[in-house]
Design a protein around this ligand. Structure first.
Ligand code: HPA
Ligand code: ZN
Length: 336
């Protein structure tokens, strides 16, 4: 490889697949647990770190949701998002669209207002760090449709604080069509839409097809199983569908980074991007994900540049703004 990790860190980036709840580092978790008198079952950072263990999506989510009990006050949500933004700055993230899961908090008695106001305060201050940040509200697909509908109603007074609607959590037995009505409504209400199609799920390809052909999502989060159907790959390229891939996260939940698939999609001209998903749990921020993928799959400098350009192109910003960010990437590429 004719470039260093430093080159990758320095590349101007957009991050499009990042769960704010997945940025809860063990030290902040412990700090908030003590402050809010929440018994988390661990007493040291080392113990918290050791508890971050899983082998698939379901076992990951079993560790992930209980950890959120430490988030209680508006300032806790702010602190969590701000800590991520500081890390993003170090990774030269210039633009980000961040997932959050309101139902993971409202279901345990924290109000929607507390969650959104805390997160929004942080994203609106991101400018101070030279970052433009936005929020994507996700529904938990393993909760009933009625709960998503209620969450959508709770969101409406704050609609100008979010850019899009997403879908995450356990995909098993929770196909995208369960939420078709609410995503179509969101589109009518002027919001962007994206959905997770997690790696190697039962019916992955069927879910991807539904997302693309019946629901009309603009991006798919993960989604590399699309390589199983060449006509769908062609459809995604034609319609400029973004794929927000997370190689290190993939390697935790499936033992494979899905690098072959990412490289294939990149070469074919799909809008494939690299992101960190839940960096505190996978101990890998966006530059680490990019560099890990690059070393294992021998990506060229030109391919790395293409990946970051794809991330700006797959974002929900205006075409005019995209051009400005792409110029920044070109300037960096020329200087390095
Ligand atoms: N998939 C589904 N749910 C999630 C993920 C993911 O990658 N990360 C956090 N919640
Ligand atoms: Zn995710």
């Amino acid at each position: 490889m004719n470039y260093s990790k430093q080159f990758v860190v320095g590349l101007p980036k957009a991050e499009l697949h990042l769960h704010l709840e997945g940025t809860l580092e063990p030290d902040l978790k412990l700090k908030l647990a003590i402050k809010n008198h929440v018994n988390i079952g661990q007493k040291t950072i080392k113990e918290v770190k050791a508890s971050y263990r899983f082998h698939d999506l379901t076992s990951f989510l079993k560790v992930y949701y209980p950890a959120m009990n430490v988030l209680q006050k508006e300032s806790d949500f702010y602190d969590l998002a701000w800590a991520y933004l500081l890390k993003a700055k170090k990774n030269n993230v210039k633009y980000c669209e961040l997932f959050f899961d309101p139902q993971a908090h409202t279901s345990r008695g924290v109000s929607f207002k507390t969650v959104i106001n805390g997160y929004y305060k942080a994203v609106s201050q991101a400018k101070k760090l030279g970052i433009e940040a936005h929020l994507i509200m996700c529904f938990l697909r393993d909760m009933p449709y009625e709960s998503a509908k209620k969450t959508y109603q709770q969101m409406l007074p704050y609609k100008n604080k979010i850019i899009a609607i997403g879908l995450d959590s356990d995909e098993r037995n929770n196909p995208p069509e369960k939420f078709i009505k609410i995503f179509k409504q969101a589109k009518k209400d002027g919001l962007h839409i994206t959905m997770h199609c997690d790696i190697d799920q039962i019916d992955s390809i069927k879910h991807i097809k539904t997302c693309l052909k019946n629901i009309g999502v603009e991006r798919i989060d993960h989604g590399t199983n699309i390589v199983e159907d060449k006509s769908l790959v062609d459809f995604a390229i034609k319609h400029k569908i973004g794929f927000t891939c997370c190689p290190v996260s993939n390697s935790f939940v499936t033992k494979d980074m899905k690098g072959k698939e990412i490289k294939y999609l990149l070469k074919k001209g799909a809008l494939v991007t690299v992101n960190s998903d839940d960096p505190a749990y996978f101990q890998s921020y966006i530059s680490d994900d990019m560099y890990t993928l690059a070393t294992k799959y021998k990506l060229t400098k030109a391919e790395m540049i293409k990946l970051v350009k794809n991330s700006f192109n797959a974002s929900f910003m205006s075409e005019k703004k995209k051009k400005q960010y792409l110029k920044l990437v070109d300037k960096y590429a020329k200087a390095h």
